[in-house]
Ligand binder design. Sequence first.
Ligand SMILES: [Fe+2]
Length: 403
Amino acid sequence: MARYQFHLRFLFVVLFVLSVAAVGQPKHVYLTYSDDPATSIDINLLIVRKSPGVSVYWDSQPHNGEKEKYAHCTEATYYKTVLEILDRRALYVAALKNLAPGQTYYFIAGDEKNGFSEEKSFRTMRGGMAPFRFVTGGDMNIYPRTEKLAKLAGEQDPDFVAVGGDLPYANGLFAEYNDWDEWFRIWNTYIVGRDGRMIPIVAAIGNHEVNSYESDNIELRSPFFVSLFGRQGESIYFSRKLSDYAVLFVLDTGHLFPHDGAQLDWLKTEFEKFKDVKYKFALYHVPLYPTHRPYEGPASVAGRTYWGPLFDQYGLTVGFENHDHVFKRSKPLRGNQVVRKGTVYVGDGTFGVEPRTVDPQPRWYNEKEGSIAHFWVVDVTPKKVSLKAIDEDGKTIDAFSVR
Ligand SMILES: [Fe+2]
């Protein structure tokens, strides 16, 4: 009997420890940018429920989670999101500013009531004229292939990863929220720098982030994406200056905002504002030059009609395209024609999903195509942009550079 009671008591202790561990940390911690990536970072926290005093303790030195040793404490701002209707999870963001470029920082995040995370780290970009590296791909989902590619992406040790829409395929539905939890688990497990640092996410919206509910409120049409990634810029579409010589435009191919109208007006202004920046990149979901779906697909036509002329006029360096679930590299294009010097479009979003078929002959605008899961690694220096595509076995399947 005594032995039985001991076992029972032991079981209760284990259950108690497990339950404390389960609520003892933010559900998810992830990094985004809403300002200069060389001097700022947004530490996003999904806390189990609304709580006073959610904070980030941080320093340029590691302190193994000993809270009082960190030199700085920033209180995180609470943002009201519809995710609280799901299971009370509440979003907080600590926007760290005035950081040193190219510096690794260590932090713990959480609150007194629910507990703090273990120590995590991130690195600011170097900014200025320094070289940098990013990984990009889209259409991830939460498959074993996603994990494989995510691990390989982390091993590239990028400054950040830019996702071109269709993240976990949760379709803007509350019923599929588990997919987001799994997607964050994959990201935080595998998309990690060589020194274990967290890798910031730059995210564009895809069709699988949006439901079919008719509303003017974009948070109801895309509850997860808008709640989690809606603060990267002033809208869902935004631009991010990556250094003194490179800028990235993150666009919405008609999922919440049409290609024309306000987004087009904004894009004209942005291109004009950044016209002297040497390298201009664009990240978006539906390709202008699709490689599985038809060339005359309405969203592809809209992209070529409204954005194509601006890409040509201001000399977009590379367009990062997704959605078609294949590998492709276009020829240099301008005015919908193959030219010697023009924009190269790469894609098309197979960062986890099963690759789709390509035509027996490459399309007229493509240099290369393939039914191959992959992501792109982009190395940017003031002299050139080098791109390589890596498949799920870690093999380089394409490499080229533009000046
Ligand atoms: Fe898609």
